[in-house]
Ligand binder design. Sequence first.
Ligand code: SF4
Length: 302
Amino acid sequence: MTGFNPSLPCTLCPRACKAIRAKAAGFCGAGARLRVALAQLHHGEEPPVSGADPERGGSGTIFFSGCALCCVYCQNHDISIANLGHDMGVDDLTAMMLELGLAGAHNINLVTGGHYTPQVRQALIQAKANGLTLPIVWNSSGYESVETLRTLEGLVDIYLPDLRYMDTRAAARYSGAPDYPKTATFAICEMRRQVGGLVVDATTGLATHGLIIRLLVLPGNAGRTDLALDWIADTLGPDTAISLMGQYYPAHRAAEYPEINRGVSPEEYAAVRARMEELGFTRGFVQDVGSSADWTPDFRQK
Ligand code: SF4
């Protein structure tokens, strides 16, 4: 039993679009069944998640099809918006988690699974009952309902949310979600309540539990990453682990929005990084500014 009834109006995420998923997909693209695009050992996440050695381990990453946020510049739009993937059941997802563990994954990294939370929750319970002991990472756009997140308490060890916008106009323009700043900050507070600050094993260098907030700097600082840093420092404290991402490049429909139809300049990234230093953040990761579609994330300790 997953506790999910696709014949009832869906309100799992903040869109609350009330789709009857047994009949038609919701705003996020999700129907009645789980849909997964890809499962792999991933070496491009932050070092405590992927591990420092690109030849070993990696994060056991499962990319779910569909997304409740649907940003116009989405770099994974074939998965998140075009909904590419394969339908499967909870038992298949459980087996996928166990197989990633056997393949040497450092953790199980669930990417954008919010619209499948009840099924993922059930798969986690089954996988743990079958011996899965790896840390569970919930990798999210940050656009999540607190009520739904509460159902994951005790099952997720590491939360890895984005905080994309602190500007409601940008959130409306690029993601159709003017409520994003309020919703995501509430969600991140709930995540922090569940798992606390980031804890990294001193021997392995791998995260065991806690929160890492990802901040994707947009061209012109359109999402107001500086205000996100202010909020984190004020609300959660400057010891919060953050990942300041410079990997934006215009993808999907970004060409329709001239102001974000370019990469982030080194000056724009440096200005946000300066604000991070000014606020006294002590734990985090930074990147070189990248501009190509095949750019490989390179997170370095701040
Ligand atoms: S999870 Fe999907 S179907 Fe459910 S409310 Fe959100 S957008 Fe609608």
